[in-house]
Design a protein around this ligand. Sequence first.
Ligand SMILES: [Zn+2]
Length: 333
Amino acid sequence: MASLHVGLSRANLALVRATLCTCLCGLLLAMPSSSADEMDTSYSIGASRIDIHVDPGPLQVSSQDLMQWVHWAADSVTAYFGRYPVPEVRLRIIPTSGRGVRGGRTFGEKQGGSIRIHIGGETILAGLANDWMLTHEMVHLGFPSVPEEHHWIEEGLATYVEPIARVRAGHLDAQQMWFELTRDLHQGLPQEDDRGLDHTHTWARTYWGGALFCFLADLQIHQQTSNQKGLDDALRGILNAGGDIRQDWTLTDALRTGDEAVGVRVLLPLYEKMKDQPYDVDLGAVWKALGVEPSGDTVQFVDSAPMARIREAMTYGSAGARGPTKAPATPKG
Ligand SMILES: [Zn+2]
C-alpha cells in the first residue's frame, strides 16, 4: 500500500511539495544516450535493482550526471541502513522548467517502491551534488507505512536521517550537517495551542517536529547504551524485521521493534511524551552539551563538551565515530 509523504525544502518553508517515498542503489548496468531523449537504464546492488526512466525534455546535465546523482543518493541511504532497503525501485526523473531538484513523490509497491522526481532543465551538476531531495525520498523506503495521524514519523525520519546519511557516505560535510540542524530544528518545537505530534498536522510539526522526535531518540539511545547504539541501529532492526515501505504497520509496533533492536526503551516512552501534548526542549542547552557552537554560517565543534563523543557517534555511527571514509563529492559542473 502506498503511503504519502509531503516533501519540503529543509531551509525554505515556502517549498512544500507532495512526496511519497522510495530508495535506490547499485552498479550501473547500462548507460543511456542523450538527456534530451527519453531514457531507460538500471542499477543493481546486491539483490536490489533500480530501474530509472528519464522522461523526454531539455536538461543541461548529461545522462552520466543523472546517474551519478542517483548513485550519490543510493550510496547515502545504503551507508545509513547498511543495505538497500527494498528489492526493486522504479525511479522516474521528470524534466521541468527552472533550476534545481523540484520535488518528489515516493510510493510503496509490491516489489519495493517507485519514486517520481522533477529536475529543472537549467540544473547543473553542482546542483545535483548538493541535492538532498532524492536521498530524502530514498530514506522513506526503509520504514513501514503507518496510519496518517503518524505521518510526522515518516517525514521526520527522512528529514533527520537524510543529511546524516549523506555525511556517512562522504557526500556532505559534518559541519554543514550540524549547522543546518541547529539552524532548522527549532521549527519542530511546539507552538501555542499545540496538541502533540499525532494531532498537530502543520508543516513545521510534521517535518521538523518529527525530526525533533528522531533527534531526541537518537541522543537518548546513545546515552542509555553507553554510546554503543543509536537510532540507526533501531531503524536497521525495524527494516530487518520486514518493516519497509511495502508494509503497513502500527506506529507502536515499529517503535517497539526499534526499542528491542537497541535493547533500551527509548522510542515508545518518547512517543508517549510527544504524541498528544506539547513537549518542549531547551535546544540551546542540548547543542552546548553536544559541543556544537554556532559560528556565522557554520558551527564549531567543542571536543571538551560533555557529550562530544555522543555527537561524533550520532554523526558517523557508534561503530566508527571517526569521520567519513570518503571525501565529500566535488562536482565539476
Ligand atoms: Zn518525504
